[in-house]
Ligand binder design. Structure first.
Ligand SMILES: C[S@@+](CC[C@H](N)C(=O)[O-])C[C@H]1O[C@@H](n2cnc3c(N)ncnc32)[C@H](O)[C@@H]1O
Length: 226
């Protein structure tokens, strides 16, 4: 299926129009989806950092977790083996190609529900999930404040929102973002420093925000909705 047809298909699925950054993300992840699970290095990177994030999750005994920008479902796969096993797991991703990979992986797992859609306008009601997680996806979102506000909207009061992403400061941040934008061709990769993410959480009205680096530059930021 050609790219334009896929974009139109997505627009008709979600009923939303997409901005240029989101369209470019689709192109990038259409290609990346083919090898995403195969590359040992990237798999190790995502697997290990996700594993560290899971340690910070307050797993509800009953309830639900949403993974925003879930990709091929690496985190969901890790969570499925975690007790308590009656948690509902949800994954949302903008890329139909990444979604297809996850869909195939979990075809026999009714506990996992997947949806195609943008983090900027999520197809969920207010106060739905006990916890919302977003790993290695935030820097792709064209409007970070809006996607963080969406995460806050869909999490229940007292629920956690956890964003984990590679975080750099100053000169390193500028250089890295430039390289990523040229290489990834998305035109918008936006890496944040620790203070900037903290400020975003404050602006989005999260309480008790805590931050911690894992595996060198990967920053975990956790906020609570009150
Ligand atoms: C580097 S992958 C990370 C996937 C997964 N979270 C993991 O840790 O393996 C980034 C994912 O974010 C998704 N993404 C990018 N922009 C998005 C947006 N605006 N809304 C939802 N998902 C988005 C991409 O399609 C891709 O699957």
């Amino acid at each position: 299926m050609c790219f334009i047809t896929r974009v139109n298909r997505l627009v008709s699925i979600t009923g939303q129009s997409m901005n240029d950054v989101e369209k470019r993300s689709l192109v990038r992840f259409r290609d990346w989806a083919k090898t995403y699970d195969r590359k040992t290095l990237s798999y190790l990177n995502y697997y290990l950092t996700n594993k560290a994030v899971i340690k910070h999750l307050r797993l509800p005994t009953h309830g639900s977790i949403l993974d925003v920008g879930c990709g091929t479902g690496i985190l969901l796969q890790q969570l499925i083996n975690k007790p308590p096993s009656n948690i509902q797991l949800h994954g949302l991703d903008i890329s139909p190609d990444m979604f297809d990979k996850a869909k195939r992986k979990f075809s026999a797992t009714p506990q996992i529900k997947l949806a195609i859609g943008s983090a900027l306008s999520m197809p969920y009601a207010d106060d739905t999930f006990d916890c919302v997680v977003c790993c290695h996806s935030f820097h792709h979102h064209s409007d970070s404040f809006r996607s963080l506000s969406e995460m806050r909207r869909v999490v229940k009061p007292n629920g956690q929102v956890i964003v984990m992403d590679l975080s750099l400061d100053g000169f390193l941040r500028n250089i890295f973002s430039k390289i990523e934008n040229i290489y990834g061709n998305e035109g918008h990769i936006c890496r944040y420093g620790k203070k900037q993410i903290n400020e975003l959480f404050r602006m989005a009205q999260f309480k008790n925000t805590m931050q911690k680096y894992i595996y060198y530059f990967n920053l975990v930021t956790i906020g609570t909705k009150q």
